[in-house]
Design a protein around this ligand. Sequence first.
Ligand code: SF4
Ligand code: SF4
Ligand code: SF4
Length: 434
Amino acid sequence: MSMAKTNRKTDRLSAFHLLAKPTGAACNLGCKYCFFLSKKNLYPHSSFRMSDELLETYIRQYIEAQNISHATIAWQGGEPTLMGLEFFRQSIHYQEKYRRPGMTISNSMQTNGTLLDDDWCRFFRQNNFLIGLSLDGPRELHDAYRVDKAGKPTFDRVMKAARLLRKHKVDFNILTTVHAANMDHPLEVYRFLRDEVKTEFIQFITIVERDNDTGFQEGDNVTDRSVDPEQYGRFLIAIFDDWVKRDVGKVFVQIFDVALAAWTGLPTGICSFSPTCGTAMAMEHNGDMYSCDHFVEPKCLLGNIREMSMAELASSRKQREFGREKLDSLPGCCLKCEVRFVCNGECPKNRLARTPEGQPGLNYLCPGYKEFFRHIDGPMRFMASELKQGRAPANVMNYTKDGQISRTIFKPKRNDPCPCGSGLKYKKCHGRAG
Ligand code: SF4
Ligand code: SF4
Ligand code: SF4
């Protein structure tokens, strides 16, 4: 997620997003697709623990750099809970110490959940943490890749964490990676998360894992664990078709929200689907700040917050160029693409394919996104139109069948404006013959 506003006088970002990694790449699990464990090699002999002095510097600088009335502190890893509860209690103490009058601060944490207990959950609840819990679907699909260091399955431990979070009424989202092992089971995954985990917020994260020895975003080959692009499109379509018939307004799937924002003409709020990026950075356990969580590699090191302020690093020319490059490097077929308004070529880390003309820089997931965004056009237009007219997008559930606006239940006259909000006559839009 990115939030960026520029103060034109100083050319400083007045707000940005930063993922803090207090344990660096240290984690108690050994997920087979983990892109972060290899970052340990960047810091040989490190203890992978953020010091108390750096914690205070980080909180102070981050709050000072946010020239807005609300700040979100985002914790990630590796596995952040390895720091222990005291570290996070101390972080709340520093947040209170440096909070400006009238400013509100919230915390979010992405965790594998395996170390959570009642004390952690009480702390999360008391301090309004929003938790992102990683869970890849039912047991066999989750355990395919999400294993501990000994190669043992983790499903039961994660489900226990979900129960604890619910028991303590902690806000949590489920983060589900989509990969070779679960991509053929969209409805199994979705209905399990909805009906058994009973989550209302789901975020899908694609596994596009480069096959190389560096662990950096290099090379054109992907591992066998990576999601297949076409299948990813079918995965999203199957879930969308289920969702649009019964779950709109009840279950929030991040990519559907992104799409609705784009169809409504609003910013998506997610860096991957924005025209430019560069306002969502990552900070290692020693204060090194990088352009993005997916580019923790030497060429994207901005500097260390002990030597230069976080605000300066976030506004540096290097970082601005990083963000602009997302747009500048779009290949020709993206520039002409009918769904560019929502896709924007997605994340540069996935741009390892070539266009049909042989131009580099096409997103590996392109075929899937194209198919998916085309498929949802009708219902999205309808929902966007409802929103613009002050009605609930959930009304779409009355008119959809298999992800399409139903022509039998809902039939305007041929010359009426199409209810999808396109501005065209019904006969020229969703009422077209065939
Ligand atoms: S829990 Fe996260 S950081 Fe740990 S191994 Fe799995 S993917 Fe990597
Ligand atoms: S590289 Fe991708 S994940 Fe990183 S900031 Fe840009 S769009 Fe976001
Ligand atoms: S769907 Fe493909 S061609 Fe269209 S903007 Fe996305 S990546 Fe580019």
